[in-house]
Design a protein around this ligand. Structure first.
Ligand SMILES: Cc1ncc(COP(=O)(O)O)c(C=O)c1O
Length: 473
């Protein structure tokens, strides 16, 4: 079997503090995160690296042991030491269940709206180090009110002003466990099992999970190229006796549609007139600059705003939040007390550090730049296809397929060739036929070359539909 060649690795450790072996392990972690040492790379032998760095072999042995303990590298007797693929480190979500990210080394996964995080690894490390020095850290780690520590809620209020042009008092912000927890908290506050929830006819899969859990009946509402149709919302609410609507007015997942300000006003007017509570999900809103007015800004009495820092900063922070009308606060607090008791503050302390230092704004700016870069690349790779209806500001493409290509054939054919995308059926609500389209996430793979490879597989299948069709007999 062919062995990968050993990489030449010359880390700079002079500027690092602490024991030498730790400095080398930290340099390894950094170079794996920034792609200098890709998954599968064979590291120099202990002896060679010791010679290059002018340290003892024992120091290298300890450094490699430390990196192995962190799951970054692995050794095989007789073959050497290799950089592990971070995706292989993901544990199964549940017993017998699959894993959140594919563990298959060769898969190009364009089905998850995650972001390659390595360009921001240093900022995260610096913020975490600053947090460790905070004199109030221990106080922040004690039990808090279920709504969250005032200082952290103030940081989120600042973030909303900067990124969403939404001006709220810190007391109006409630912390939740990610956007998912924010959705669950908000929907629990305004619905009861058996209620009807109106949603866009193609909606976020995680919302469907929440609705199933809460025993809600989903009723799809018609959309056009610009998104939700306000008059269809009114009609559906009256026809089904619905009192709640969940929607994503900015860069809708999956269609990428953004509602105009007129439609936003119309929605708020309808909500007031017929007694509808709107749950506004804005996780992608920071990508659209200047930010359109949020539904909450236009109708703070009829909107529960939910969002998180998962797309703008790091999903692992699990910092989500709900902003809503004061009369609902007691109910929201009761739900948070029952479900989380007190917020998991550590991630949010790091988030607050990033926000207060101005670093969060710079990371968000880098994300927008990376989105633009990947969108340009994707549109060049798929230049023969009609992407005019897919907004270039967001992390994914919404690709309507030509009649000659069936979406399920494409998804299956792509998977057989190691590329994963999501069919419109995954987002579709109700009995109607889903559109012949797929969602392609552009940001989850670490390197542009992987994206290019995945897109060229898709392009090949679309331009040669016979290859995608499995029906020979
Ligand atoms: C529209 C939408 N809302 C909420 C979420 C969940 O966000 P979080 O990771 O913060 O739970 C996602 C994640 O993809 C999303 O696309």
């Amino acid at each position: 079997m062919n062995q990968p060649a050993t990489v030449r690795w010359q880390p700079s450790i002079a500027h690092r503090q602490g024991p030498l072996y730790r400095a080398i392990a930290a340099a390894l972690a950094e170079d794996i995160a920034n792609g200098t040492l890709p998954p599968g790379a064979r590291l120099p032998t202990h002896r060679d690296l010791a010679w290059d760095l002018k340290v003892t072999v024992g120091t290298i042995t300890r450094a490699y042991q430390e990196a192995e303990r962190q799951g970054l590298i692995g050794g095989e007797v007789g073959r050497g030491t290799f950089v592990r693929d971070p995706r292989r480190l993901v544990e199964p979500v549940a017993e017998g269940g699959g894993s959140l990210m594919e563990v298959n080394l060769g898969l190009i996964d364009l089905s998850v709206n995650a972001t390659a995080l390595w360009p921001d690894a240093q900022a995260l490390t610096a913020a975490t180090q600053a947090v460790a020095q905070r004199p109030d850290l221990v106080a922040l780690m004690s039990y808090q009110t279920p709504l969250g520590h005032p200082r952290l809620r103030a940081a989120i209020a600042d973030w909303l002003a900067d990124s969403a042009n939404m001006h709220v008092a810190p007391e109006q912000v409630l912390l939740a466990v990610g956007g998912q927890g924010a959705m669950l908290t908000a929907l629990s506050a305004v619905t009861r099992p058996g209620d009807t929830l109106l949603v866009e006819q193609l909606t976020y899969t995680g919302l469907r999970a929440v609705a199933l859990h809460l025993g809600l009946r989903l009723v799809p509402v018609a959309m056009d190229a610009e998104g939700l149709l306000p008059e269809a919302v009114e009609q559906a609410a009256r026809a089904h006796g619905a009192h709640a609507l969940y929607c994503m007015p900015t860069l809708q997942n999956p269609t990428t549609a953004t509602l105009s300000t007129d439609r936003r006003r119309a929605l708020v007017d309808i909500a007031r007139r017929i007694g509808l509570m709107i749950i506004e999900d804005d996780v992608y809103g920071f990508l659209k600059q200047p930010a359109p007015p949020t539904l909450y800004s236009l109708g703070p009495d009829v909107t529960l705003y939910v969002s998180s820092l998962s797309k703008s900063l790091f999903p692992g922070l699990r910092t989500g939040y709900v902003v809503g009308p004061r009369p609902l606060f007691d109910r929201l607090a009761t739900i948070l007390r029952a479900t989380v008791l007190a917020p998991a503050h550590m991630g949010t302390v790091v988030a607050a550090e990033l926000i207060d230092s101005g670093e969060a704004g710079r990371i968000a700016q880098r994300r927008r730049a990376l989105v633009a870069e990947r969108q340009t690349l994707a549109r060049a790779c798929l230049s023969g296809l009609d992407l005019s209806g897919s907004d270039a500001d967001v992390t994914h493409l919404w690709l309507p397929l030509p009649e000659t290509v069936r979406r399920d054939d494409l998804v299956r054919g792509a998977l057989e060739r190691g590329v994963k995308v999501t069919s419109a059926d995954g987002f579709s609500v109700g009995k109607g036929e889903a559109p012949n389209a797929v969602r392609i996430c552009l940001m989850g793979v670490d390197h542009a070359s992987q994206l290019e490879k995945g897109l060229s597989v898709l392009e090949g299948l679309i331009s040669n539909p016979v290859a995608t069709s499995a029906a020979w007999v």
